[in-house]
Design a protein around this ligand. Structure first.
Ligand SMILES: NC(=O)C1=CN([C@@H]2O[C@H](COP(=O)(O)OP(=O)(O)OC[C@H]3O[C@@H](n4cnc5c(N)ncnc54)[C@H](OP(=O)(O)O)[C@@H]3O)[C@@H](O)[C@H]2O)C=CC1
Ligand SMILES: O=C1O[C@H](COP(=O)(O)O)[C@@H](O)[C@H](O)[C@H]1O
Length: 514
């Protein structure tokens, strides 16, 4: 790599204000590899469309290239994407016009993922766009989004490096965005990291985890470090346990073939929930510099003790194996509860319960911080429940603090209530951006704060690899559960008995009205 390119990429380690104050201009080519796939049409292109509508992708600078093996024309790709960008029957004429203008920024190139000829053709098309935008020589930016299975990352990265790098000596950049699952265990993830690391510098690689783009996940560091209230409370002296939960009320739905290779731990827990765990448990970073944040995340991951079998419950919903792409005797978990124990001064003795499951009784993702009982309880209200700080990531973003208060009236009795910040009520008319939208914008700005660094990834695989190997060998069995339930009863026993969670009974939430 030329020194000028390295110089440019190093900007990503500057603080955010610096990036905001120096927006780059010049041609921007976004190349979506795997353009015919599910992720591309459901997430990547809609996110790009939203960025375009908000003016972040100026039409005189941008060209979006879809690349895949399927032989289709530009117009066929545009037609396929149309329905994912807008619901025709609900759309206004202006919206339909926006969609049409956006779709005309998209070109399609068909080719295989290991052919230099095909990638040279892609490079030619990108270069044509770069010359046509008349940008100052060298200011061309190339963002490659790999919406592909990880098994072909090495070959695609090699093709990009050999055929498609930004040719400038005067600036501009080439970046690659890679999706999870990044490897299947420690060894395969490290192997993949090494292969890609031989081709690109770390500041050029954006390992995306879309949970890091969710509004309330992005709020976590602000909540913890910009509020005096939380600073002295956020530790083992006050917090009894923390739950980080992702529940889905649908099964693998046509993704059984993929899912069976991975299971719920690799699909959700090792990445999405563990990233949230880092933000909840890490120490305060020196600054918002992405490297400072990621240094702290690595430290807390390295403080997690080896998992104990007794701290894990696995489940598989009944009917999962009916999918013809799932083997008849599959032991792959579709549900898991795992207790992490952190060996450091702040968290020793506080269980962090990570729970994820498919085909459960509800769809939600939340972080639940449960505080310890009040010592010397003169009101005798312990049985009603403990203070809990709940951050609901989805649906309907909210955060609420469950408190014991005096029951209004003449009696001196207590009741459970809450301080409630429901986003829909508090921020009316504000559209919360989609996670992918935000993260793609970060890749264009060169901000790696919300992306996973190589050593972070390694530390996260170190935690789960022994358990995953024992599941793969069939040594750890998944307990069957009925779809539409809370998962195996053993998981609640683990939560209540081993993690010391105290359930609040009789708490009734009355939604706020205006
Ligand atoms: N701003 C807002 O929108 C607010 C909404 N509310 C709503 O009020 C309701 C009650 O709130 P809240 O108490 O926080 O949440 P819930 O009653 O949904 O859950 C409380 C906790 O108990 C667990 N739990 C439920 N059943 C069992 C069981 N059988 N065994 C063990 N654990 C169990 C839940 O686990 P799991 O997650 O696994 O189900 C969760 O951790 C919710 O619907 C909430 O969304 C409350 C305040 C503000
Ligand atoms: O990465 C994944 O995430 C989705 C859940 O994402 P969400 O933003 O809808 O919560 C999950 O369904 C899928 O299995 C997994 O691969």
């Amino acid at each position: 790599m030329g020194t000028s390119e390295w110089h440019c990429e190093k900007r990503s380690s500057f603080i955010n204000e610096d990036l905001e104050s120096a927006p780059e201009t010049g041609s921007l080519s976004i190349i979506v590899l795997g353009a015919s796939g599910d992720l591309a049409k459901k997430k990547t292109f809609p996110a790009l469309f939203n960025l375009y509508r908000q003016g972040f992708l100026p039409a005189d600078e941008i060209c979006i290239f879809g690349y895949a093996r399927t032989k289709i024309s530009d117009d066929e790709l545009r037609n396929r994407l149309h329905g994912f960008l807008v619901k025709e029957k609900d759309a206004s004429p202006e919206q339909l016009q926006d969609v049409s203008k956006f779709l005309h920024l998209i070109k399609y190139v068909s080719g295989s993922y290991d052919s230099e000829n095909d990638f040279h053709l892609l490079d030619k098309k990108i270069s044509e766009h770069e010359s046509s935008t008349n940008s100052a020589e060298g200011s061309s930016r190339r963002l490659f989004y790999l919406a592909l299975p990880p098994s072909i990352y090495p070959s695609v990265c090699k093709m990009i490096k050999t055929c498609c790098m930004n040719k400038s000596d005067l600036g501009g950049w080439t970046r690659v965005v890679v999706e999870k699952p990044f490897g299947k265990d420690l060894e395969s993830a490290e192997q993949l990291s090494t292969q890609i690391g031989e081709l690109f510098e770390e500041p050029q690689i954006y390992r995306i985890d879309h949970y890091l783009g969710k509004e309330l996940v992005q709020n976590m560091l602000v909540l913890r470090f910009a509020n005096r209230l939380f600073l002295p409370l956020w530790n083992r002296d006050n917090i009894a346990n923390v739950q980080i939960v992702s529940k889905e009320d649908f099964g693998t739905e046509g993704r059984g073939g993929y899912f069976d290779q991975y299971g719920i731990i690799r699909d959700i827990i090792q990445n999405h929930l563990l990233q949230i765990f880092c933000l909840v448990a890490m120490e305060k970073p020196v600054s918002l510099n992405p490297e400072h944040i990621r240094d702290e995340k690595v430290k807390v991951l390295q403080s997690v003790l080896p998992l104990k079998d007794d701290d894990v419950v696995l489940g598989q919903y009944e009917g999962y194996r009916d999918d013809s792409t799932v083997p008849d005797h599959s032991n792959t978990p579709t549900f898991a509860t795992v207790i992490l124990r952190v060996h450091n001064e702040r968290w020793e003795g506080v269980p962090f319960i990570l729970k994820a499951g498919k085909a459960l009784n509800s769809r939600k993702a939340d972080i639940r911080v449960q505080f310890k009982d009040v010592p010397g309880d003169i009101f005798k209200c312990k049985k009603q429940g403990r203070n809990e700080f709940v951050i609901r990531l989805q649906p309907s973003e909210a955060m609420y603090m469950k408190l014991t208060v005096k029951q209004p009236g003449l009696e001196m009795s207590t009741v459970q209530s809450e301080l409630d910040l429901s986003y829909r009520q508090r921020y009316q008319g504000v559209t919360i951006p989609e996670a992918y939208e935000r993260l793609i914008l970060d890749t264009i700005k060169g901000d790696q704060q919300h992306f996973v660094r190589r050593d972070e990834l390694k530390a996260s695989w170190e935690i789960f690899t022994p358990l995953l190997h024992s599941i793969d060998k069939g040594e750890f069995k998944s307990i069957p559960y009925q779809p539409g339930t809370r998962g195996p009863a053993e998981a609640d026993e683990l939560l209540l008995e081993k993690a010391g969670y105290v359930q609040t009974h009789g708490y009734i939430w009355i939604p706020p009205t205006l």
